[in-house]
Design a protein. Structure first.
Length: 260
C-alpha cells in the first residue's frame, strides 16, 4: 500500500488545528508547517503526534514548497488548518493512491460553512484551491506571496476527486476582517508593477462584489452571500489602495506646512 503524508500550514491556529489533525490521523505522516505561532499551535500538534517544522514566513508559495520538502512519503495531501478531511474523502484518497491507474495530481472539492450555513453559491461551491493530492515531486508552487499558483511537474492530466472536504474559514467577523487586511497587504506586492489610481481600486472592488454576488449567485446564500461579496470588495479595494500607498509613499506622510 502506498504511504501518504499530510501537510498542514498554520500560524496561531490553536482553536482549529486539533480538529484538523484529528481528521487526518488516518495518514502515515502528518507534518505541521508552522511560522512561529505564539498561541500553542505547535505544542498541540506535537502532543497529537504530528511532526512540527518551523518555517519563517516569506509568502505562501515558499511556505508550501517548504512543506513539500518536509514530507517523506510517496503521496502528499495538503490540508489547511481551517479544513477537515471527511471519512468519504479519506476512503477515496486511499483508493486512488493504491490504484495502479492513478494519475499524479488531483483537485479536491471543498464545502464551506460560514455564518451558520453551508454555502451553495458565491464562488464557494464547488470550491477549489490548488490541487491538494499529488505524488511527491509531481507538483510544486510558484513564489507568489498570496493566492499562490501551482507548477505541474507531470505530463499526465489533473484528476478530480468526487468527495469534498470541509472548510470552516472564519469563526467570526473579526477573523474575516483580519484575513482581508493580511491578504490585501500581501496581494499589494503582486500588483506593484501596475499604474494604479483610486478609480482603478474602486472599479476592481465593485467588480469583485458584482462577480460574487450576482454572477456567482451569492444573493442565493442570503446575508452570508452578501458578506462574502462585500469581503471580496474590501479585500480587492484595499489591495489596490495599499499598492498605491507604497507607490505614492510621500503623499501619506505628515504635512510639511499647515493648512491654508
Amino acid at each position: 500500500m502506498s504511504k501518504i503524508s499530510v501537510y498542514i500550514i498554520a500560524f496561531n491556529e490553536a482553536e482549529k488545528v486539533a480538529a484538523t489533525i484529528e481528521s487526518a490521523k488516518w495518514a502515515d505522516e502528518i507534518v505541521l508547517v508552522d511560522s512561529w505561532s505564539t498561541d500553542g499551535t505547535p505544542e498541540i500538534a506535537t502532543r497529537m503526534g504530528a511532526k512540527v517544522v518551523q518555517v519563517d514566513f516569506k509568502g505562501f508559495g515558499d511556505l508550501r514548497n517548504q512543506a513539500i520538502a518536509a514530507c517523506t512519503h510517496e503521496w502528499i495531501f495538503s490540508l489547511d488548518a481551517d479544513e477537515r478531511c471527511t471519512p468519504q474523502a479519506e476512503q477515496e484518497i486511499r483508493a486512488i493512491t493504491n490504484s495502479p491507474d492513478a494519475l499524479d495530481v488531483y483537485w479536491m472539492p471543498r464545502r464551506n460553512y460560514f455564518m451558520g450555513r453551508w454555502i451553495q453559491h458565491s464562488g464557494w461551491y464547488p470550491n477549489y484551491r490548488q490541487p491538494q493530492l499529488f505524488r511527491n515531486g509531481s507538483m510544486s508552487y510558484d513564489m507568489k506571496p498570496v493566492h499562490e499558483g501551482y507548477v505541474l511537474n507531470s505530463n499526465k492530466p489533473i484528476g478530480h476527486l468526487q468527495n469534498a472536504i470541509w472548510q470552516f474559514p472564519f469563526k467570526n467577523m473579526a477573523e474575516v476582517m483580519h484575513k482581508s487586511n493580511r491578504y490585501s497587504t500581501l496581494g499589494a506586492e503582486k500588483i506593484m508593477h501596475k499604474k494604479i489610481t483610486m478609480g482603478m481600486a474602486l472599479s476592481h472592488g465593485i467588480w469583485a462584489f458584482t462577480k460574487h454576488y450576482v454572477f456567482k449567485r451569492g444573493f442565493l446564500d442570503g446575508w452570508a452571500g452578501f458578506v462574502i461579496a462585500l469581503g471580496n470588495f474590501e479585500g480587492t479595494f484595499y489591495r489596490y489602495v495599499k499598492a498605491l500607498e507604497i507607490q505614492k509613499g510621500s503623499q501619506w506622510q505628515a504635512p510639511k506646512a499647515p493648512p491654508p
